[in-house]
Design a binder for this molecule. Structure first.
Ligand SMILES: C[C@H](O)CC(=O)SCCNC(=O)CCNC(=O)[C@H](O)C(C)(C)COP(=O)(O)OP(=O)(O)OC[C@H]1O[C@@H](n2cnc3c(N)ncnc32)[C@H](O)[C@@H]1OP(=O)(O)O
Length: 726
């Protein structure tokens, strides 16, 4: 049964005749099979015992349940749990026929969270009481699954089809208060009163003072059949449009529809069969991998396992109020950190503060922030023009332009004006941190805090450590990252760090292909179809040619042998086509920033082709989408392997998260290394080798890749594991 064998429930019968069943499986009381079997045993005992009139189900330590035990899917996949998990065993035999159909009433007492299977157990109870802040939802789709314990049937019957679809398809939980308004819970109570009120509620149902409701057979919230069909049709169209590569949202809609058209019992069976099959899909394997990989990024050997406790960061200073600095300031004040924003003159300072205000105001406009919260949040920001107020800051984040000598001067100043414990972070995206700190004696507290633009929106934070950065500083920054709701990835110091370095071949491969005859728009189409938010050319337009050329120079300087040198972008830049900001780049842009292909582009391609001295390759002119994807992404994989081999990243899964959160690599493909392993190291090696013979060094597979391919080992396996495959 593997790691599924854990957790339990306990039952205590009170003098009032209420059996209190508590789910216990730390840290989130997930529903392992052991918990579910134990729940069934408790129910059977409660139903047998004459001294039990009613039942209350709750979760230990302020959390109802985080849902089915996600670690157990491995067992489901490898067949070791086959007999216990035959379709419908849990959802029909335990949840429907034992809990909901019991001849004694149950009430769920919900605090903390009731997610996935947790909410499904609660919905099978005859009433639910909740604390106002509890989170209730069915987020299974984010794992490539559908609710499998009756959620597709009961949620629409409790909150109506439209809201249920929104909650499931967007994996979006609601808070207790909203759940109450929706009819998902019956009462909101304080944490202290939760269990007592639930007990009383259960007795009231027993004595027929309150209704005894089986959610599965409720019909009052479901829209009439014609309307329901329309809603489902719309939901299908939306799912196809928003996630054309994903099947499970449609499977979820099918299960819901079955229940509405043929009745809830038929719906339960349809759901059970689909739930049985989905854990085996590549989508679910990838998304479950991403779930654990994301939680694994903050576990850094030698840093987070040596007993260090994060120090309190009370006040942060930011240098530079440009796009990055203002975004970082926004992220910090949104999480209640007082921030000092320093600029060189009043004009720049006002512009920086204006950007922060605009970031917050856009939240107000969208209805995500009240005016009162806006005022409170912006009051945490203070603009300054000198270092006077830096004497009591705990962390500084430098976010000025990418100029080495400027940064060196700033860090030398910081050393003078900040207290000795203060963390000195730079948001540089490419410059070597050792160089930045060269004029200081504070190397142990210099660290990279590389945010992605827009910094208050993008979820990734690259924490860059040099050989001298102290583990305490990393632990502190990990804690700040968590508090500002970023997913941190700790990486080593090198040109481009992990994300930019891995992805520098992304646009380079695309340019190499167009110079040899592949159509640029066809490349962007193939890449977006693969699941990237935009293709390489649309991305370069967005980033701007100035930035693209500057970072390109860094790569030419540091990795000359594998940088593809082309004049395409500089030629366009010369003609003032510098990307979206100039409304002309690889695309042309209208006032609403809508991109359209531009036939003029081919003129520049021809010119750069002749400068590069390459000729059109007829094979590349008709390159199928699958090959486009591989010729663009296998060089990215190759660079990711180098990043791993050099120890820049701690583990392959961190690169998966870096790719997903930093570049928008589709999470349902599991991240760059996970996807690469689905192709196999041998295959990747042979393709790169073949292209390097035809198109040069740019494609040459690195030593790490060659070694893994020779052993037939996965690229993501730790070194020891790869050895043992020999
Ligand atoms: C049949 C059913 O329909 C199928 C299902 O129920 S599938 C599961 C559906 N449930 C979910 O998708 C919820 C997944 N969990 C979460 O979203 C978040 O973990 C949470 C909101 C519960 C808690 O978030 P947060 O407090 O930030 O803590 P977080 O770090 O994420 O999780 C704490 C630990 O619990 C683990 N965990 C969380 N949910 C889990 C679950 N359902 N199963 C197993 N482990 C789980 C995490 O892996 C993490 O472990 P770690 O400490 O070893 O890294």
């Amino acid at each position: 049964m593997g790691s599924g064998s854990k957790g339990r429930t306990v039952m205590e019968v009170g003098a009032d005749g209420v059996a209190l069943i508590t789910l216990i499986n730390p840290p989130v009381n997930s529903l392992s099979l052991d918990v579910l079997f134990s729940l069934k045993d408790c129910y059977e005992e409660a139903l047998r015992r004459d001294d039990v009139k009613a039942i209350v189900v709750t979760g230990a330590k302020g959390k109802f349940s985080g849902g089915f035990d996600i670690t157990a899917f491995e067992g489901v996949r490898n067949g070791s749990m086959a007999s216990e998990t035959k379709p419908g065993y849990v959802s029909i035999e335990i949840i429907s026929d034992t809990v909901e159909a019991a001849r004694k009433p149950s009430v769920a007492a919900i605090d903390g969270l009731a997610l996935g299977g947790g909410l499904e157990v609660a919905m099978a109870c005859h009433a639910r009481v909740s604390t106002p802040t509890a989170q209730l939802g069915l987020p299974e789709l984010q794992l490539g699954l559908i609710p499998g314990f009756g959620g597709t049937q009961r949620l629409p019957r409790l909150v109506g089809l439209a809201k249920a679809l929104e909650m499931m398809l967007m994996s979006k939980p609601v808070k207790g208060e909203e759940a109450h308004t929706l009819g998902l819970v019956d009462a909101i109570v304080s944490r202290d009163e939760l269990v007592n009120i639930a007990r009383q509620w259960a007795l009231d149902i027993f004595h027929r003072r309150r209704p005894w409701v089986a959610s599965l057979y409720k019909t009052d919230k479901i829209e009439p059949l014609g309307e329901a069909r329309e809603i489902l049709k719309f939901a299908r169209a939306q799912a196809r449009k928003q996630a054309p590569n994903l099947k499970h949202p449609l499977v979820c809609i099918d299960a819901i529809e079955e229940g509405i058209v043929s009745g809830p019992r038929a719906g339960l069976w349809k759901e059970a069969e689909a739930f049985q099959a989905l854990p085996h899909s590549d989508t679910s394997k990838s998304l479950v991998h991403i779930f654990f990989a994301q939680r694994g990024t903050s576990k850094v050997p030698g840093i987070t396992n040596i007993g260090l406790v994060p120090r309190r960061v009370n006040k942060v200073a930011i240098l530079g109020g440009g796009l990055m600095g203002s975004g970082i300031a926004t992220a910090l004040i949104l999480s209640n950190y007082p921030v000092i924003l320093k600029e060189v003159n009043d004009k720049f300072l006002q512009a920086g503060i204006g950007r922060v205000r605009a970031n917050l105001q856009s939240q107000v406009k969208k209805g995500k922030m009240s005016q009162e919260k806006f005022e409170k949040t912006i009051s945490l920001l203070k603009g300054v023009l000198d270092y006077e107020s830096f004497k009591d800051v705990d962390m500084v984040i430098e976010a000025v332009i990418e100029n080495v000598s400027l940064k060196q001067q700033i860090f030398a100043d910081l050393e003078k004006y900040c207290p000795p414990h203060c963390i000195l972070a730079s948001n540089t995206s490419t410059i070597d941190l050792n160089l930045i700190g060269e004029k200081t004696r504070s190397q142990d507290r210099i660290v990279g805090a590389h945010f992605f633009s827009p910094a208050h929106v993008m979820p990734l934070l690259e924490i860059v450590r040099t050989k001298q950065t102290s583990p305490q500083v990393i632990v502190d920054l990990l804690d700040v990252g968590k508090k500002i709701k970023k997913t941190p990835v700790v990486v080593g110091n090198c040109t481009g760090f992990a994300v930019n370095r891995m992805f520098f071949p992304y646009s380079q491969a695309a340019i190499l292909l167009v110079e040899r005859g592949t159509d640029p728009y066809q490349i962007d189409r193939a890449i977006t179809k693969f699941g990237m938010p935009m293709g390489p050319f649309r991305l370069v337009d967005l980033v701007g040619f100035g930035v693209a050329i500057a970072t390109g120079m860094q790569y030419v300087e540091h990795f000359p042998e594998r940088t593809y040198k082309s004049m395409l972008i500089p030629l366009m830049q010369e003609d003032k086509r510098a990307g979206q900001s100039t409304r002309k780049g690889f695309y042309i842009y209208d006032e609403k920033r809508k991109a359209s292909p531009d036939p003029e582009l081919y003129k520049y391609i021809e010119k750069s082709r002749s400068i590069s001295g390459v000729t059109i390759d007829p094979k590349l002119v008709k390159l199928p989408a699958k090959d486009i994807v591989e010729m663009i992404f296998l060089p990215v994989v190759n660079e990711a392997c180098r990043v791993l081999a050099e120890g820049i990243a701690v583990k392959a899964a961190d690169l998966d998260i870096a790719a997903v959160m930093g570049m928008g690599f589709p999470p349902y493909r599991g991240g760059i290394m996970f996807w690469a392993d689905s192709l196999g190291s041998k295959y990747i090696y042979s393709r790169l080798e073949e292209w390097s013979k035809m198109y040069g060094e740019f494609f040459k597979p690195c030593a790490y890749l060659a070694e893994r391919a020779a052993k037939g080992a996965p690229l993501s396996a730790p070194a020891e594991q790869a050895k043992s495959r020999l």
